[in-house]
Write a protein that binds this ligand. Sequence first.
Ligand code: 9MR
Length: 367
Amino acid sequence: MPARLKNYICFALFCGLLLAEGCKKNSSSSTQSVVATLKASAPFPMGSAVTSNGILSNYYYQGVLLTEYNSMTADYEMKFDITEPQQDVFNYAPGDALVNFAAQHHFRMHGHNFIWHQALPPWVLTFQGDTSAWESLFKTHIETEAIHYKGKVASWDVVNEAIRDDNGQLRNRDATPGDGSGSIWRQHLGPDYIARAFVYAHEADPNALLFYNDYGQEWGGVKLDSMISLVTGLKKRGIPISGIGMQMHIDINADTTGIASALKRLAATGLLVHVSELDISVNPGADPNIVFTSALQVKQAALYQFIAETYRASVPAAQRYGITTWEFSDADSWIPVFFNRKDWPLPFDAAYKKKPAYYGLLRGLTN
Ligand code: 9MR
């Protein structure tokens, strides 16, 4: 073989080797770079309700939160009973722990909430005063908290759960005396208290996005109609409302048609749409002997997937405020405690490991 040809073949072989090596390196680095996470997969913020205890003292909790999420909602730390336990005495320590963590780790912080008929301190429940004294405590609370968190909280659930489930009317006095379903706010401040709450919040922090937040949209019917007419009415009047929160505390038997049509109707308001408190109960019948079988796990995963897919399909990109799960581990869900039953509603199990529900959600974000 002539020397020139030999040199050429050697050179070509050498180049081939280099190329193969390069491909190997590329393919291994690209495998490493495609570890999917919720926040990297979602074309909108992925949020969770979080507690100060979780972020301060639980390494598993911090690990999942930091890896998977980029938005957080205060679980209880910014509610009235915590932030103003006595009149004009404000307590921001628990909420400050959240906003500090959010700032340090570049999370969007969603405030929850200024006005709700629950989580009220005793002094509010027993307050005696005329309409103007009520208005003053209401306005002071909203303004003082909004000013404290100005620049730290991106958005607020200004009013939470103001509408009755049964007839779509505003909660007023208890539906049945003593059942806790009524709203002292409506009772003492009249039906337009919701609009004024938004105005006070906006005056205190003009940059914050302001939401009306409620549950049960997926049932359709009178509650959804009423919610839509409330928010569209506010918008028409120029009240500074930016969005609507669809909590989505649902269960494994939820009607998927109802979810899809609610998302479409909410999107048609033109407001931002936040799936704000998502969890999927698998034991709505409170069966004490229930086993979380793989069939149930798969059914739950499919529903998580459906929700993410339907949100993407039904809500235009500019109106997607994101999907927020209400906590992320079964260890921290409110459902087993509140209903005193076994349940596994969230994407991570009680040991902070990914469940099929996690993979369903992930698939729904990317499919
Ligand atoms: O999950 C929350 C729980 O930890 C609190 O103790 C409780 C009272 O502050 O509120 C729970 O969160 C509720 C949310 O604020 C509004 N929608 C229903 C949620 C579950 O009850």
